[in-house]
Design a protein around this ligand. Structure first.
Ligand SMILES: *Cc1c(COP(=O)(O)O)cnc(C)c1O
Length: 412
């Protein structure tokens, strides 16, 4: 066995999260390095979904809104996720998609700062965040605009026009972690509100929303939290803002009394006002188990293992035959990284396809990024070591030159 192989064995032996692997349904013969895009199903989620479909839906029918706890699922799950992101109960709700939640909070924040016109963000942040910001300023008009500044210029751009600073906590391509406490404080000192997207940090890194005095946040549940494809997202509004912000999509589920069926909209007290329509109960059901597993493991242990897996991966690549061909696109210092590691290569797409054909599933991000996610709940160090050896081989032996690996699919 190689030196790396025996090191991986040692690391697996000492891994405090090793037992969580058994909680997941994963196919044989696959090393899954894409849990940061779509987390695999927890076995308990499959049981919960089966039960929700056959019993609560099939037998309980409409009664289940009351008897199976359906109506409270968005806030019940929100309270649970609050424990993962440093929020208090009553500050988080699970509803809609991350995109829709971005729109709700951006419009609400812009309307709360009517004398200010700018949403500040950075170029190359996750596209939907930028698109929703463009939609929010277009919808409100009045000279409002999205201003994109490179990371090193952001702070200088904060000023009397800045209404909202919108940023991803962990960058989806590079995995770089932003200084949440520092940027939040500086934006607030300029009079702006701050909206963080936690899609690549919630469930894998410690997030301290209230300790950092964050105003607003959103995040995705189908990545590290294994909520299932298209599972609804979460939305955080700090208690101090809940009475003054109004959702532009105030539907009946965000009304003070949904079942009074009144003609006029009156926002509910607290976080529930940020709900819009009927909650997607089956999708919410799929999230219960993943959220419970992440809470049981705890963000500190999750982050430590994700970063150690990433370190091992980088080390094996850089000691191997593809070291010169692949360039690291993520911070080398794991403290500055989330749960993923990316490498650049001009043939990144074909490399990822060749790896998938060999059972190592990562993903490609245009134009030249091979991205690998190190979900700490189900991956072993041995798998990560084997995947890195495989990547080295595919690149060094130019396996990716087979034309079959250049056929483009809709989802990369
Ligand atoms: C995955 C992800 C999203 C997903 O948005 P959807 O509305 O669920 O498609 C949004 N923002 C970031 C930063 C993401 O990584």
């Amino acid at each position: 066995m190689s030196a790396f192989g025996s090191r991986a064995e040692d690391l697996d032996r000492d891994d405090p999260l090793a037992d969580f692997r058994e909680a997941f349904a994963l196919p044989e013969g696959v090393i899954y390095l894409d849990g940061n895009s779509l987390g695999p199903p927890p076995l308990a989620a499959l049981e919960d979904l089966n039960e929700a479909a056959h019993e609560a839906w099939g037998q309980g029918l409409v009664r289940s809104w009351n008897t199976a706890g359906w109506i409270d699922a968005p806030t019940r799950l929100g309270d649970r996720l609050a424990g993962l992101i440093g929020a208090d109960p009553g500050e988080v709700i699970v509803a809609d998609s991350t995109s829709v939640n971005l729109f709700k909070l951006l419009v609400a924040a812009l309307q709360a700062r009517p004398e200010r016109t700018v949403v500040l963000s950075e170029p190359g942040d996750f596209p939907t965040d930028l698109y929703m910001a463009q939609g929010a300023v277009r919808t409100l008009g009045g000279g409002r605009r999205l201003d994109l500044r490179e990371p090193e210029d952001l702070e200088a751009a904060l000023g009397p026009d800045t209404a909202v600073l919108l940023l991803g906590h962990v960058h989806y391509k590079s995995g770089r972690v932003r200084d949440m406490a520092g940027l939040t404080a500086r934006a607030q000192a300029a009079g702006a509100l701050v909206l963080w997207d936690l899609s690549h940090s919630g469930g894998v890194l410690p997030v301290e929303l209230n300790a950092c005095n964050v105003d607003l946040a959103v995040g995705c549940t189908y990545k590290y939290l294994s909520g299932g494809p298209g599972a609804p997202a979460y939305l955080f509004v700090a208690k101090r803002h809940q009475d003054s912000l109004i959702s532009p999509l105030g539907g009946w589920m965000g009304h003070a009394q949904p079942f009074a069926f009144e003609d006029g909209y009156a926002p509910a007290e607290g976080i529930r006002r940020f709900a819009c329509g009927t909650p997607p109960i089956l999708s919410l059901t799929g999230l219960e188990a993943g959220a419970a597993l992440a809470l049981r493991a705890g963000p500190a242990r999750l982050a430590a293992k994700a970063r150690a897996l990433g370190d091992l991966f980088i080390e094996v690549i850089e000691a191997g035959p593809a070291a010169a061909a692949l360039s690291l696109a993520s911070p080398r210092d794991s403290g500055e990284r989330g749960g993923q590691v990316s490498f650049r290569h001009p043939q990144a797409y074909a490399i990822v396809q060749a790896l998938i054909a060999r059972g190592v599933i990562g993903d490609f991000r245009a134009p030249d990024i091979c991205r690998f996610g190190f979900s700490p709940l189900f991956l072993s160090f041995a798998e990560v070591e084997a995947a890195a050896e495989m990547l080295g081989e595919v690149v060094a032996e130019r396996v990716y030159e087979d034309p079959a690996y250049s056929v483009r699919t809709a989802v990369t």
